[in-house]
Ligand binder design. Structure first.
Ligand SMILES: C[S@@+](CC[C@H](N)C(=O)[O-])C[C@H]1O[C@@H](n2cnc3c(N)ncnc32)[C@H](O)[C@@H]1O
Length: 255
């Protein structure tokens, strides 16, 4: 078994937030975790979790471009209809899920369609899920967001000088639950499954196991966003990368 908190093994996670532009968050790194490791030390112990659960509103443009440029066009073209269902599998305190819902809803409206969507967020850290359900965050600095993202926040949330509270529409489409993605989900199926800033913590067998769990609930024609996955983690998983779209994978049809 690896020691996930080996002394002296430090690295910097660029892009982790919230923080001022240009700053970096340094955290004690983990050796890749195996499925048998004690995740509590890495993701639940709040001294570590400050870094390992870091997130923020509108963190990843690549993710949002995938929603508007790939996943929603495929959904609009498919005959199946229904609701566009998204799942963020290690969502921490929920900012990613609310951001995805704002981006997707805006795209529905831009296409003159009713925003029929649902956005699920799960995490193993109970405290983060409580924060996600509360949906109240420190207000980001104006110059920290793009103009479009700031406008979305103004449309979908209530802001005062210090905080931003997710509005009623977002609360009606976003749901949060404690869930460990080492387990196979049962109830729902999804058009878009996001595993963002999580795979990096797991070894190749762990990544392969998680990918199989996610594939099991991906709807036909759906997309996976797998940030930080390794070649070894992907190997044998029956996934194909979408050319020109960072981190987007589809299931290769069986012959
Ligand atoms: C760095 S945060 C990423 C948050 C968000 N996805 C983002 O990119 O901004 C990683 C999150 O993954 C969660 N996580 C790690 N392993 C998990 C597992 N097996 N099941 C569910 N959540 C997990 C952690 O608790 C943490 O909140």
């Amino acid at each position: 078994m690896v020691d996930p908190l080996k002394r002296g093994d430090r690295r910097t996670i660029a892009g982790a937030g919230p923080r001022m532009p240009g700053t970096r968050i340094s955290c004690r790194a983990t050796n890749p975790l195996s499925l048998a490791d004690d995740l509590g030390k890495v993701f639940l112990d709040e001294r570590q979790a400050k870094a390992t659960t870091a997130t923020r509103l509108f963190r990843n443009n690549e993710l949002f471009d995938a929603i508007t440029g790939i996943c929603l066009p495929a959904f609009f073209q498919a005959p199946r209809g229904g609701r566009f269902a998204m799942w963020s599998t290690g969502c921490s305190s929920g900012e990613e899920v609310y951001s995805m819902a704002m981006i997707a809803s805006n795209e529905f409206i831009r296409k003159k369609k009713q925003p029929l969507l649902e956005a699920f967020g799960t995490d193993i850290n109970r405290n983060r899920i409580i924060e996600a359900r509360a949906g109240v965050y420190n207000r980001p600095a104006r110059n920290f967001l793009t103009r479009d993202h700031w406008r979305l926040l103004a449309d979908y949330a209530e802001m005062d000088g210090r905080s931003v509270r997710m509005g009623d529409f977002l609360r009606s489409v976003c749901q949060f639950t404690i869930f460990d993605m080492r387990n196979r989900p049962k109830k729902h199926s999804f058009n878009f499954i996001v595993c963002n800033h999580v795979m990096q913590y797991y070894d190749a067998p762990g990544q392969r196991h998680i990918i199989e769990n996610l594939k099991a609930v991906l709807r036909p024609g759906g997309h996976l966003y797998l940030e930080g996955v390794t070649e070894a983690g992907l190997s044998g998983g029956g996934l194909e990368k979408r050319p020109g779209a960072p981190n987007i994978y589809v299931v290769v049809p069986k012959p």
